[in-house]
Design a protein around this ligand. Sequence first.
Ligand code: UN1
Length: 512
Amino acid sequence: MANNIESLLKGLGVQNPPHGVSCGGTWQPGAGESLAVCSPIDGKCLAELTMATSEQTDQAIASAAEAFVHFRTRPAPRRGELVRRFGGQLRAHQAELGQLVTLETGKITAEAVGEVQEMIDICDFAVGLSRQLYGKTMASERAGHRLAEQWHPLGPVGVISAFNFPVAVWAWNAAIAWVCGDPVVWKPSEKTPLTAIACQSLLQTVVAEFDDIPPGISQLVVGGAETGKQLAADHRLPLVSATGSVPMGRAVAVTVAQRLGRSLLELGGNNGMIVCPSADLELAVRSITFSAVGTCGQRCTTLRRLIVHKSIADDLVQRLRKVYESLPIGDPTDPSTLVGPLVDARADAAMEAALEEARSQGGTVYGGGRVTEAVPIGGIYVQPALVEIAADAPILQQETFAPILYVTRYEDLDGAMRVHNDVPQGLSSAILTRDAAEAEYFCAAAGSDCGIVNVNIGTSGAEIGGAFGGEKETGGGRESGSDAWKTYMRRATNTVNYSGELPLAQGIRFDV
Ligand code: UN1
């Protein structure tokens, strides 16, 4: 394990050398496959871990199921207190956790610290929620009856998270799951297990302060696709929440559906933005650039398709090209950098292949090449690409997890709307306009078909307060704020008869 990583992990309270699986805070020696964790910054190995064996994964699920039996009986505000203190740990360690996120993902420090902030925010939200798990009371049609709903803990939740948000997306799930009374079995991306280990360690420090909360409520399983499959197939996990590619999500959905479990999926995004003639172009350039090149184009919410009114397209493309040419690309730990490395060689190959395809489909590509000067050796740094292309080019149907922004032109808003919605994915969307009618049209029933619909901001950078997720191949799940918590609970409809009589619903007479 590289030295600085070791001290970083120590600072975060990770005492034992981590092996594959954490069950209640102790690292179990793994007999599984070894896993080299490398930094995208310079390709250097940060740590050598051992993947969990299927027996260890099974044990982690069993421990979560056992913890559930007691955890579900703890009052929700008590569970909220656990999350409040965990949020306190995250606040106290925000900088180091951010550093770890940067090392493992290659995202710039500002975005990495922002990701930890997103965890803190969801903890705050969940603490409040722990006193607001409201059920409705309905008017009963029968005299002397009370008809009401109660929300109860569901059971252990499997969480499969992706490399690009190695901790925030887990926290959206975990903080909500815990206040709802559900233990969590977490399989982070095998590219980013160290931040996961650090979070698990901080959480266990907090759990140790409680004599009424079992440590088994948080399980970490370091593993690959096989581990994901195992979580999806295990009936002890009534809910599996998965973030990642469409093929991965489809496999999870099918397996979970087979056992009639619940899945919550946050899959591909192929996010579009319509730029109308009245748009503020200054604001447009800033919001487009953040959404398209932030996290080096590796957010689910990254802006990938720009649909610009023909009257302003030349002007906007000119301005964007200028900004793109001077983007500070390089070491993500340098505060002046805005674009860090791609996560790995596969992402680079996918980007190259997509640009090649775009060219063959008549696209004009600006940028997109490798950057080798003034960047750390061993990492993969690229110039974000702008591609002017026809709206019906097949490449626009595809999400490539890299900084490629396709630019197309439109004549009328109905046509732009059709182009916008004519993709298999439906996560995030935006319109830039100063015309209120255009904005409302975009937000209305015949407008954007996505889960996230923005006006005068980019497609990325959502707050935790709203439900996060999308439609179509994005998978339909909702995580984080609003009433997303309901997915993590089971609903009981109670009818209580205090009348001393037995009137039947629907006025049925059944005299015996
Ligand atoms: C993701 O890329 O999976 O809205 C999550 C955003 C972030 C979360 C992205 N708050 O861009």
